[in-house]
Design a protein around this ligand. Structure first.
Ligand code: FMN
Length: 230
């Protein structure tokens, strides 16, 4: 449905009613509009101690006290028709062990990250296929990925089931490792965001760099009148 307006300030637009749309079409709109999305490159471990790595861009931070991050993790399509979907290995591992590490992805690590998204069989280690090394964590069993500018050691807080296919994993950040050259002032906890060269996920196979920034100060209420008058 196309909607218009007499008001020239309101552009022509189209309504997409989610109630009448297929899930795959809703996905296209959500993934192409909620952009850019940060990428959580998650290392987890199964109950046998086998490591797993995969990227997830339904990811953000939601609270600082307690320090909570969230990741929406789906399911794998079943191999056989009518078979139930199975949770992605990352979600199953986090549910089983309660621990994981989120690595943030820089431009240099982008290629390796995308290799770990290949749906390899359970015997294949995504980390060795991608040629990345790991460094032991301090508080949790899964290690972090060497070379990432930031890694967060996390423990599971809660998994909120979203429908039958997806789980929103809420995790508490126990500790962060930040590459030394990206820290401006460790005492004040000031970070040089540009140095991290983090990437974000756009639609389809598109990604974005985070270097194109601009500054806009927050306006205090007492400054608002002066701001208007120029
Ligand atoms: C950049 C990127 C972001 C992704 N984001 C998600 C996501 O938010 N949720 C999800 O379920 N899958 C996401 N995927 C797909 C998973 O990474 C992929 O299904 C992976 O094989 C899951 O691995 P696992 O079964 O070892 O956990 C993403 C893939 C890429 C390349």
């Amino acid at each position: 449905m196309q909607t218009g307006s007499e008001n020239p300030a309101i552009a022509q637009e189209r309504l997409f009613d989610f109630a009448t749309m297929a899930a795959s079409d809703r996905a296209k709109l959500l993934l192409a509009t909620v952009i850019p999305r940060p990428i959580a490159w998650i290392v987890s471990m199964n109950l046998n101690g086998q490591l797993n790595a995969a990227p997830f861009s339904f990811f953000n931070a939601f609270a600082v006290d307690p320090p909570i991050v969230g990741i929406g993790i789906g399911s794998h399509e079943p191999g056989l028709p009518h078979a139930p979907k199975r949770p992605k290995d990352t979600r199953r591992n986090i549910r089983d062990t309660g621990q994981f590490v989120i690595n943030l992805v820089s431009e240099e690590m982008a290629r390796a990250m995308s290799i770990t998204a290949i749906e390899f069989g359970p015997q294949v280690s995504e980390l060795s296929e991608a040629g990345v090394e790991t460094v032991p964590s301090v508080y949790v069993s899964p290690p972090r990925i060497a070379g990432c500018p930031v890694a967060m050691e996390c423990e599971l807080m809660q998994i909120v089931n979203l429908g039958t296919d997806t789980g929103l994993v809420l995790g508490r950040v126990l500790a962060m490792h930040i590459r030394e050259d990206a820290i401006l002032d460790p005492g004040r906890h000031y970070i040089d965001a540009a140095k991290m060269k983090l990437i974000g996920r756009m639609h389809g196979s598109w990604y974005t760099r985070t270097a194109d920034t601009f500054q806009m100060s927050r306006i205090a209420r007492e400054d608002w009148k002066a701001y208007l008058s120029g």
